[in-house]
Design a protein around this ligand. Structure first.
Ligand SMILES: O=C(CO)[C@H](O)[C@H](O)COP(=O)(O)O
Length: 150
């Protein structure tokens, strides 16, 4: 898969670990920055990753700020982006299996590099499960998305 990666300055400290995990899992990185510790605004980077998903340039995305919250809120404003804030391995795969999460958000001030690598690998190794109740629930949140995202 092609995986978009975007982060702000506070996500930068775990970026290298994230890139390593993606490559070790056999996927291609689309690096959307930032690539220095200089202060930037997280919405600009969450938006880049969301646009890459929506345009079909990326299959999934990993986006990092200090807490993961700012990028998560931003990304979920974009129709077609299903972002989850994750700091544990179970949620990293369950979010894909049940909810078809296509963007993983993490906090570089919350999750260390070793855990971040395991989270990324769990996210990338997961697939949506073919279970009617999960598909029905996704259809329900997509109906809400359609109503509210004009
Ligand atoms: O976590 C974040 C948003 O949820 C940002 O990374 C954080 O707000 C950056 O703060 P600062 O500019 O003070 O370094």
């Amino acid at each position: 898969m092609k995986i978009a990666v975007a982060n702000d300055h506070a996500g930068f400290p775990i970026k290298e670990a994230v890139l390593e995990a993606i490559k070790e899992a056999g996927h291609e990185v689309i690096d959307l920055g930032t690539n220095t510790p200089d202060r930037v605004d997280y919405p600009d980077f969450a938006e880049k990753a969301g646009r890459a998903l929506i345009a079909g340039e990326a299959d999934r995305a990993v986006v990092i700020c200090g807490s993961g919250i700012g990028v998560n809120i931003t990304a979920n404003k974009m129709k077609g982006v299903y972002a989850g804030l994750v700091s544990d391995i179970y949620s990293a795969h369950q979010g894909v299996e049940h909810d078809n999460m296509n963007m993983l958000c993490m906090g570089g001030q919350i999750v260390g590099p070793t855990l971040a690598k395991e989270i990324v690998k769990a996210f990338l190794g997961a697939s949506m499960m073919d279970v009617d109740r999960y598909k029905n629930r996704i259809n329900k949140f997509k109906a809400i998305e359609t109503e509210f995202f004009k």
